[in-house]
Design a protein around this ligand. Sequence first.
Ligand SMILES: Cc1cc2nc3c(=O)[nH]c(=O)nc-3n(C[C@H](O)[C@H](O)[C@H](O)COP(=O)(O)OP(=O)(O)OC[C@H]3O[C@@H](n4cnc5c(N)ncnc54)[C@H](O)[C@@H]3O)c2cc1C
Length: 463
Amino acid sequence: MPAEANELVDVCIVGAGMAGLVVAAETAAAGLRTIVVEASDRVGGMLAPVMIGGDAGVGAAGLTVDAGAESFATRTTGVTDLIDRWQLPVTVTAPNPAGAWLVAGGDSGIRRAPLPRRSVLGIPADPRAADILALALPRAERVLPVPAEEPSLYDLVSTRLGDDLASAVVDTVCRGVFSRSARDLKLSVVHPQLWQRFVQSGSLTDAVAELAAGPRPGSAVAGIVGGMWRLPVELAARARAAGAIIMLDTPVHRVHGAGAGGDRAGDEALNVDAGSFAIRARTVVVATGRDQALRLLGEHSDGDGTPVELAIALVRSPGLDVHPVGTGALIADAAPIDAKALTHANAKWGWIEQQLEPHHHVVRLSARDGLAGTFDEASVAMTIGAVTGVSLAAEDVRELHVRRWDASSSSSSMPVVAADSRVRLAGATVAGTGLASVIPHAREVADTLIHALATPPLASAAS
Ligand SMILES: Cc1cc2nc3c(=O)[nH]c(=O)nc-3n(C[C@H](O)[C@H](O)[C@H](O)COP(=O)(O)OP(=O)(O)OC[C@H]3O[C@@H](n4cnc5c(N)ncnc54)[C@H](O)[C@@H]3O)c2cc1C
């Protein structure tokens, strides 16, 4: 433990994911004594690298790709503002505009179709664009009133645009992106902009048309050359340079007030209990994810986070050279396939394609919710075959990495609230899933702290 940790710090941040690091960089740069305490041996949380190992199919140096989040939504400027603000040495890149496909199942077997280019959460800007999915959409959505009370996203879409679109497309997109059914989500939470425009215009498809009117199809997301995992690594370097201390391999067990923790009477510090020692802090930012946040605050954790199992495979298959499902596919619940999403990573990102030898591909599969331990070479080959229509043998899977993520969702019906005003929450738990929400929210948390701690002067609060 660094010597400084024995002293009272201004801000102790629990969790060095993107939320924690954004807060740390800002508070340290504002002159606040800042410590970040991270349970694992690296920064980044759900932004993480995986090395595909210098074997046949990849150059001798190997290829590092994302094992967690691999893109960010451009519906806010949160990520690019962060890169500009800290002059992070990373290059933003657009995905292949070919776009993703939808794989649906039914009595007539597996159906594959491109998702409408101009769509948000699977809701098309033009109802006729959904014809390609062989869905009949009502065309008179504009005459329906805006509901007085917001229903679930599923019910909203189903009432206005039909149950087929809600179940086969929107629910599939939500399960793939948020690990939740559209029945458990509200549009105002997962896409506040779209909800606002819908309320203003009275039409979902018109609201999507406004938002999807960008200059380039496929520009709803962007990535980082070399992988999204580089973002936290570079930001952590900036935070350290600004004076923040980042402690790795240090799980925090409890955050509590001085009274409850047996600290000396009259001390206004909070205790951040990391097992063998405690950090005393004027304020604490919990940026851990939902379940951990509840535990740290002494609340009962309802285990609401949905684990997501991901397979990252290097495969050799000339059949995949034509990118049979564009940049990837979302897979409807009704399809007899054990995955909910497939990303054809080198079809999506040019920087990955450039590093692969001919006929080699990097494919990511997300297991269906609740399914774990199902990925091995044989099952991965079979699943890629079922999704893309290109048959593969187990030997074609040259390398396989499996990662498990406990992805808590902001959409939970049970919000996490800190009773003590000196404890703030940051990250997907309170901001909503995804970097486009997490980063601007963390910046707001930092601004609030900087403002609050600026008076009284820091010197008078030090012990
Ligand atoms: C597979 C996957 C794909 C995704 N794809 C995308 C995408 O394409 N685009 C997008 O925008 N978002 C995506 N997301 C979501 C996005 O990654 C998250 O919303 C975001 O990274 C959350 O950041 P965070 O800082 O809130 O939490 P996290 O990244 O979860 O960081 C929390 C940190 O807290 C640490 N921690 C937890 N408990 C403790 C403790 N007790 N003591 C100390 N430290 C602790 C953890 O080790 C972790 O480092 C994806 C997520 C996953 C899992």
